[in-house]
Design a protein. Structure first.
Lengths: 248, 156
């Protein structure tokens, strides 16, 4: 058996009963001030989707009430003594400063996608010239070359991208003021409108939830929104470590 | 105060949901603290997976699909007519919707790595951070170049 590392929190954090990887009991390796979140795992067993989700869900459950600094998945140490030596002694200073930096903050992630048909409908509504181009191609379908089809498709794609950008700004303009920081991901698919992580104060979570609910309700037809959290501040760790992200 | 691991059901209506598989690819495989390792947990082909998950398809094929989609769109009707979604983002491909073309290939690879039995998974000694995907700003995302897109789709 080895000790799988989930993350680091403060020793006074609530310690709810949680199952981790391989259904192991999640426990704290603590020195009274800091606590490393761990569970015992079979060292030889390879990791699959269940392990990935267990790691994420343990950290998310703890993030409900405590400040958590997450470890990347896939790190295990031989035993508790090594965990103490590494995390609570050697790396203590950086653990303390990260926990202080993120105190009272959680990450939530918002991902928005266009529903294709309503989005295309809106594109045609805004661009009468595309409707016209379409009608022309429809009138003489036998004489339409592939180049003409591609041209129409490109124009549609460009107009769709404009609409995506507009909807992306609507989402960010509504949510960013409620967050301490925003980290956007690169677009992940043809219909992805926005994908952003927000660092939110625990006290502001309810207001943020409501704002996401509002955006959902207002764009029900055209967009579907995934809202994930609370997560530990994955997307802001690097910026915190490099000093790119600072509080006033 | 009680906390349980299953949070999705309780609370008020707008609460966020726990991570799904697509989210963990973005978070715990890509970000999070790293230390000098004594033991590395063996993992699946993560590099391939993160690359596959980020494929954005736009090519002649895509444009033809868009042209066809607007052609079939009936502008007179008010009800949605059930045209199948032509392209589905990879992140939600596992959960809903249909995929086509190259995206389907990527999805198959993804489920091959993560959906299959654990016993088939191979050990991977070193996994690099293949993509640094987040930017801590809200600036305009860079335009996607069609030449890059075609190149990416060929790689699949």
């Amino acid at each position: 058996m080895v000790v799988h590392l989930y993350g680091v929190t403060t020793a006074d954090a609530p310690q709810p009963p949680l199952k981790g990887r391989q259904d192991g009991e999640v426990r704290f390796v603590s020195d009274g001030e800091l606590a490393v979140i761990v569970s015992d795992v079979d060292a030889d067993a390879p990791a699959g989707r269940k392990d990935l989700l267990a790691h994420a869900h343990v950290l998310e459950a703890l993030s409900e009430q405590a400040t958590v600094v997450p470890m990347q998945f896939g790190i295990a140490l031989p035993d508790d003594d090594v965990v103490r030596g590494q995390m609570l002694e050697r790396d203590r200073e950086s653990m303390e400063s990260l926990l202080a930096f993120f105190e009272g903050l959680v990450q939530v992630t918002v991902q928005a996608f266009h529903n294709e048909e309503p989005a295309l409908r809106e594109v045609l509504r805004r661009h009468p010239e595309l409707v016209e181009a379409r009608e022309q191609l429809r009138t003489f379908p036998e004489g339409v070359s592939q180049a003409q089809q591609v041209e129409l498709g490109q124009a549609v794609a460009a107009a769709l991208e404009e609409l995506q950008e507009e909807d992306r700004m609507t989402i960010l303009d509504r949510l960013a003021p409620l967050a301490r920081a925003v980290a956007e991901n690169e677009p992940g698919g043809a219909h992805e409108v926005a994908h952003a992580a927000f660092l939110v104060e625990r006290d502001a979570r309810e207001a943020f939830d409501e704002a996401v609910g509002e955006i959902r309700a207002q764009n029900e037809d055209r967009m579907r929104i995934r809202y994930v959290g609370p997560q530990p501040p994955y997307s802001f760790l690097e910026a915190a470590q490099t000093g790119e992200l600072v509080w006033d | 105060m009680t906390v349980t691991q299953h949070r999705s059901g309780g609370g008020y209506a707008n609460r966020p949901a726990p991570s799904g598989l697509a989210d963990v690819i973005d978070t715990i495989l890509d970000k999070g603290l790293v230390i000098d390792l004594y033991v590395r947990v063996s993992l699946v082909g993560i590099e391939l997976l993160t690359i596959d998950a980020r494929i954005v398809i736009a090519s002649v094929d895509t444009y033809l699909r868009f042209a066809e989609a607007v052609n079939r769109l009936d502008l007179t009707e008010t009800q949605t007519s059930g045209i199948p979604e032509l392209m589905e983002d990879i992140s939600s491909a596992g959960a809903k919707g249909k995929t086509s073309g190259a995206l389907e290939g990527a999805k198959e690879k993804l489920s091959g790595f993560l959906g299959g039995g654990d016993e088939e998974e191979e050990e991977e000694e070193s996994r690099k951070r293949t993509s640094s995907s987040s930017r801590t700003s809200s600036s305009r995302r860079p335009p996607r170049k069609s030449s890059e897109r075609e190149k990416q789709s060929e790689e699949t």
